[in-house]
Ligand binder design. Structure first.
Ligand code: XLS
Ligand code: MG
Length: 344
């Protein structure tokens, strides 16, 4: 127990603004967040390209690398590593209608510029992974874009990234919808198909976010299992979600405890982490949270993960085998319930 290493992004501590209302908490300076993350036991930070280099559009390629080197010094100070860099394409005026699949050639070129800069930043920060959360890649109006063309555009963009840097790994974080209506890459199955269609499938894998799987009507534990079976689970974004509605990024396990247990179980049974993978927690505080509790959702998620890991360690595989042989799934299910409820 306790071998897992955890990572987090600066966006996971935020001021509470949403689409319907303004901030409810003060902004916390990013360096303060890094310091606190390190104190909490996180070992690596996840970045959007413009978390690493704010106002990225204002700088030359060399200046961007220089800024990334400065960030690396700050992280070194707190003993933190970088896990990945993700181009934040959904925020920019150049990517209103998507980036890699925009119907505007100029916007597609801009999206590639951001992807290349993300690779440069990753190299400076000493990590080898770019995450693609394809927020606006898909359609709002179904007839506005051919899904065939859009899928091919994504494969082409990933191939260009693979060619730009022979070591970089591309990790797609699937999500079926929101903010787009119909996304192009909605589940781990889509990610695996895209991977297989690229020029180097060994460098293209997935980041399973629990909430995104739930939004697709799937069990995150099975999505994790599917990607693990393919040898392509590059990272995870563990969190939780109350059913199929807006993306909630709730603390890990607070809505679907049994599935959270099974996510930890499948990761543990399959040696996740042995190749340097991190447990990423992509959780957000509820809007009503007060300033002094700005990190509570992260503490809770860490504690819930560790408590579930202890439950996995106690899981009675002999009893499980017995139940399966007798086809006593009611017995097995009750055993799991008792384990989770602390009745043993
Ligand atoms: C949003 C995504 C985002 C990515 C990183 O839903 O989860 O946080 O993980 O770009
Ligand atoms: Mg995420």
């Amino acid at each position: 127990m306790g071998k897992f290493r955890f990572s987090v992004g600066p966006w996971n501590v935020h001021s509470g603004a949403d689409s319907y209302g303004p901030a409810t908490r003060a902004e916390i300076p990013t360096e303060e967040k890094y310091k606190r993350f390190a104190e909490m036991g996180f070992e690596a930070i996840q970045f959007h390209d413009d978390d690493a280099v704010p106002n990225i559009n204002d700088y030359t390629e060399e200046e961007i690398k220089e800024k990334a080197r400065e960030l690396k010094e700050t992280l070194d100070k707190y003993g933190l590593k970088s896990e990945f860099v993700a181009p934040r394409l959904w925020m920019d005026e150049h990517t209103v209608d998507g980036g890699f699949m925009s119907t505007s050639e100029e916007d597609r070129e801009y999206a590639m510029w951001r992807a290349y800069r993300s690779i440069d930043i990753a190299n400076e920060l000493g990590c080898d992974m770019v995450v693609l959360w394809l927020a606006r890649e898909g359609t709002l109006c179904a007839e506005s874009k051919s899904p065939v063309w859009a899928t091919k555009m994504l494969i082409e963009a990933i191939n260009k990234m693979l060619e730009y840097d022979p070591k970089i790994r591309i990790c797609i974080e699937p999500k079926p919808n929101e903010p787009i209506d119909r996304s192009i890459c909605g589940t781990m199955g889509h990610v695996m198909a895209i991977s297989a269609a690229t020029i180097d499938p060994s460098r293209v894998g997935g980041n399973l976010e629990s909430a995104h799987a739930i939004l697709a009507g799937l069990d995150p534990a099975h999505e994790i299992g599917f990607a693990l079976a393919m040898g392509k689970l590059m990272t995870v974004h563990l969190n939780d979600q109350n059913n199929i509605k807006y993306d909630q990024d709730k603390s890990f396990g607070v809505e679907n405890l049994r599935s959270a247990f099974n996510q930890v179980k499948v990761l543990k049974e399959n040696g996740y982490g042995d190749r340097g993978e991190y447990i990423g927690l992509d959780v957000k505080a509820m809007r009503t949270t007060k300033d002094e509790d700005s990190y509570k959702h992260l503490e809770n998620s860490l504690n819930i993960f560790k408590a579930l890991e202890a439950k996995v360690d106690r899981f009675d595989y002999d009893f499980q085998k017995e139940c399966v042989e007798k086809r006593d799934f009611e017995g097995l299910e009750m055993y799991v319930m008792n384990l989770l409820m602390g009745i043993e």
